[in-house]
Design a protein around this ligand. Structure first.
Ligand SMILES: [Cu+2]
Length: 205
């Protein structure tokens, strides 16, 4: 555990601000910071205008307002997932991206190869919902994105894949650009440390 007491206290003080944002793919519904601890960030129903998303070799980008965070991505193949149960199979989270830890706050582009996760029923044309689970010292936070998967999907050019760390930026919308890593592979510190659900629960203590 590397969360310092100082960081945790500072973040609790700014709890209604940044938390984390899912920048791409487009999240379900408007961002409401106070609702981020709820299922899908407070948005219970799938959107009609799904994002067409690569079945293989996609990415997602998040802006982490907390340093010292852990995140993973769960997936539902239910057409309109409305509860955490829809992201659970045999009592376990259906992970499409294992939990990993990062020390810095900032914007991160993280590879998401959905086909490689071998989720039953996921194929070309599937409607799925991904839910990013983020923990940065003030409890689990959630954002969802409703997708249609396609090998022909093209990611719009204004969804750039880069990493940009910032100082402790909770509540600040103007992170200082300190370093930029252009490639998907060059993920500062996002080392693919896989953790099970039990480890995640421990992190919340
Ligand atoms: Cu927060």
């Amino acid at each position: 555990m590397r969360f310092s007491i100082v960081a945790v206290v500072a973040c609790l003080a700014g709890v209604t601000n940044a938390h984390f944002r899912l920048n791409y793919p487009e999240p379900r519904g408007a961002f409401v910071a106070d609702d981020e601890p709820k299922f899908c960030g407070g948005h219970d129903n799938a959107v009609n205008n799904r994002t067409t998303f690569p079945l293989s070799d996609g990415f997602f980008t998040i802006k982490a307002g907390h340093p010292g965070w852990t995140a993973g991505v769960i997936i539902s193949t239910v057409q309109n997932p409305t509860s955490f149960d829809n992201f659970t199979v045999n009592g376990e989270q259906q992970l499409v991206k294992g939990y990993a830890k990062e020390d810095a706050a900032g914007t991160f582009c993280i590879p998401l190869n959905i086909s490689a996760a071998n989720i039953p029923g996921v194929k070309e044309g599937s409607n799925v919902t991904i839910q990013v689970v983020f923990e940065g010292g003030d409890g689990n936070l959630y954002q969802c994105a409703d997708l249609t998967l396609s090998n022909n999907a093209t990611i719009s050019s204004n969804s750039t894949c880069k990493n940009e760390t910032s100082d402790h930026g909770h509540g600040s919308d103007a992170p200082k650009p300190s370093q930029t890593a252009g490639s998907v592979q060059n993920l500062a510190g996002y080392t693919g440390l896989f953790m099970g659900f039990g480890s995640m629960a421990l992190l919340l203590l």
